[in-house]
Design a protein around this ligand. Structure first.
Ligand code: AMP
Length: 186
C-alpha cells in the first residue's frame, strides 16, 4: 500500500450556483477544489441546469459534482469548502436562498454520521435529481450506505427539471445503460 495515499478517503461533493455568473462560479470552484490542501480532484461532472427547489421564485441553478480523495477529516473538509464558498462571496440569508456558490459533502467514504455540524451522507442528496444525475454521470455504481447505488436512486427519482449544459461528450452513458437494463428486467 502506498503510504502517501493510505489515509485518503474517497469523497463526492455537490456544487451549485444561481447568482452572478453561475457557470463561472462552478468552474472556478472546481479549480479551488483542485488546489485544496491534502486533497486531489479526480473527476468533475458536466454542468447541469436545474429548476430551483423549495424557494422557487429565483433564477435557475447550475449544478455539478466533484469526485475527490482527501486526507482531511470530514470537519476539516467542511471548513475548507465553507472557506471556498466565502471566497465566492457567499452570503447566508434564508434557507434555499439564491447563492453564488454552495458546496455540500454528498458522501465521505462509507461514513454515516450525524452531528450538529455535519450529516453524512448529505441528508437530501439521494432525493435530488440535480445531485443524482451528475453523480450518475461520473460514478453510477457509487453506493449511498443503506440506500443503494446512484444509478438505482436516479431511476427511482421523479424528474425535477435538470438538463445537461455540456462537458463530457458521452455523459450519462453508463448510468443510462444501467437504467435501461433495469427497466427491461422489471
Ligand atoms: P447550506 O449552505 O445551506 O447547505 O448549509 C451549510 C451548513 O450545513 C454547513 O455549515 C454545515 O454545518 C451543515 N451541513 C450538514 N451536513 C452537511 C453536509 N453533508 N455538507 C455540507 N454542509 C453540511
Amino acid at each position: 500500500m502506498n503510504p502517501d495515499t493510505a489515509a485518503e478517503q474517497h469523497v463526492f461533493l455537490g456544487l451549485g450556483s444561481n447568482l452572478g455568473q453561475p457557470e463561472t462560479h462552478v468552474l472556478r470552484a472546481f479549480d479551488g477544489l483542485a488546489r485544496m490542501p491534502g486533497s486531489r480532484l479526480l473527476r468533475r461532472s458536466s454542468l447541469y441546469r436545474t429548476a430551483p427547489v423549495g424557494f422557487v421564485d429565483q433564477p435557475h441553478f447550475v449544478n455539478a459534482v466533484a469526485e475527490m480523495r482527501t486526507v482531511l477529516s470530514p470537519e476539516a473538509l467542511l471548513v475548507a469548502i465553507l472557506a471556498l464558498e466565502r471566497d465566492h462571496g457567499r452570503v447566508r440569508s434564508f434557507a434555499n436562498a439564491p447563492r453564488t456558490l454552495d458546496i455540500d459533502i454528498l458522501l465521505f467514504g462509507g461514513l454515516v454520521r450525524h452531528t450538529d455540524r455535519l450529516t453524512l451522507p448529505h441528508p437530501r442528496a439521494h432525493l435530488r435529481e440535480f445531485v443524482l444525475r451528475p453523480l450518475a454521470e461520473i460514478a453510477p455504481d457509487c453506493d449511498f450506505p443503506g440506500r443503494g447505488p446512484v444509478w438505482e436512486l436516479l431511476a427511482a427519482c421523479e424528474p425535477q427539471g435538470v438538463t445537461r449544459l455540456g462537458g463530457v461528450a458521452d455523459a450519462g452513458t453508463q448510468a443510462s445503460a444501467r437504467m435501461r437494463s433495469a427497466s427491461l428486467t422489471q
